[in-house]
Ligand binder design. Sequence first.
Ligand code: ADP
Length: 192
Amino acid sequence: MFNLILFGPPGSGKGTQSEKLISRYGLKHLSTGDLLRHEISHQTELGREAQNFMDKGQLVPDEVVIGMISSALDENPGAKGFLFDGFPRTQEQAIALDKLLKLKKAPIAVMLALDVSEEELIKRLLKRGETSGRSDDDNEQVIRARINEYRNKTAVVADHYKKFDKVVMVKGEGTIEEIFERLCNEIDKRDK
Ligand code: ADP
C-alpha cells in the first residue's frame, strides 16, 4: 500500500493535482473538502453542522473529519493506496490518521507540500470563485480567514511529519503539467 498526503494552503492546487495523481498511480482520493461538500449537498445533519464552519472559513471540528476518514478507510479495504487531500489539517487529525494507518500496517510514505506565495493563492481562489459555485471562494474575507486557519492550525502538520523525515517541498507555481511532473518525480523515487 502506498499512502501519501498532498499538503498545502487553500488554493495551492491540491484538488487539481490529486485528480491527475490518482489516475496515474491508481490511488483512492480522499478529500475531506469534497466529502464535506457531498454531505452538504445531501443535506445531512453532518453537512448542516459543517456548513456553519465552512461558510466562515473555519475548520470543521476534528472529531467530524476524523470520523469521516475512518469510515472512508473502512469502505475501501482493497485500495492500492490513499491520497489524502485537505487532511490532516490539525496536529490532532495527524495523530489520529497515523493511528488508523498503523492498524493497517501502511503508514504515510511521504507528504508532498505545495509551496505557493500568498499573493498567488488569493488570486487563484478569487478566480475559482467566479466559476466554482463555492461560496467560500467568492469573498476575500472568507479566503483570508481560511489562510489564517492554515497558518494557525494546519502549518504545524508539516512539522509533525518532518519529525519522521517525510516532508518534501514542491514548487507549486508554474503550469499544471510542470507541477505534476515535479510531484511524480518525488513519488517515483519512493513508490515500488
Ligand atoms: P481549500 O483547501 O481550497 O480551502 P477544501 O475543499 O479542502 O478547500 O476545504 C474547504 C473547507 O472545508 C475548509 O475551509 C474547512 O472549513 C473544511 N475542511 C476541509 N477539510 C477539513 C479538515 N481536514 N479539517 C477541518 N475542516 C476541513
